[in-house]
Design a protein around this ligand. Sequence first.
Ligand SMILES: Nc1[nH]c(=O)nc2c1ncn2[C@H]1C[C@H](O)[C@@H](COP(=O)(O)OP(=O)(O)OP(=O)(O)O)O1
Length: 241
Amino acid sequence: MINCIITKTVKSSFLFLFSSSALKKTRRSIYKNSFLKSDLSSIENMVEVVNHHLQCKRCKNEYNAVYSIDVTVGYQRNNESDPMTMLEQTLIFIKRDGDEILLGLKLRGFEIGKWNGYGGKMEIGELPAECAKRELFEESGLVVEVADLKYLGILKFYRSEKILDRLVHLYVCSVYKGYPRTTEEMKPKWFSSEALPFKEMWEDCAHWIEFVVKEIKFTGTFYSDNMNNLVNYCVEAIYLN
Ligand SMILES: Nc1[nH]c(=O)nc2c1ncn2[C@H]1C[C@H](O)[C@@H](COP(=O)(O)OP(=O)(O)OP(=O)(O)O)O1
């Protein structure tokens, strides 16, 4: 097993030390669990341990929590009062002819005017792949089968160094039915992987989109300040053989 780590400090070296030790801890958990599995050719059963501060979306109280997330299954919420509610999201990139990637221009809500893959928040009782399929259909009209989705990895976004803000499950898929259409939420456009509009995408995207283009499994952790500026990140490719 070869592990490639790309770590970049944007502003603060203190934060780098903080995040790299936290990440090493997480990686150990991942490998430990991976090694226990008989099939090392996939990370299908990789378990991501999230052990950090969470903040209740309603009362804003902070507390520690430990979640074990099987990355293909995700963390399945059972009720609205669960603190993970609204934290888990999905993002799916549709590919055409090997080289082209479908992006949608966000027409409303959060990050309006930016190009991104399709996706959104998981609903109660929903699994990530089901969520990716549903959101893609709602936002573009394209139909995919869960079995055709390729799980690429997980993105974790932290605010103020410690509060887990969002956890995004990433998928790619080259098998789909229909033609992308403009919806209330997204306007579709195919881009060559050589000409992606980085300046009009989420800031963090430039640091991991290459993994989507090359379909390499990875995990990414991103730290933003209270003003939503990216201050540090770590992207780790996972090569299993
Ligand atoms: N930092 C980030 N970089 C990125 O590239 N995509 C991100 C991201 N943070 C979240 N996303 C993606 C994940 C998901 O596909 C989408 C979330 O969009 P929304 O908040 O609009 O979700 P929903 O479509 O569920 O919203 P509603 O329909 O308004 O409830 O943005």
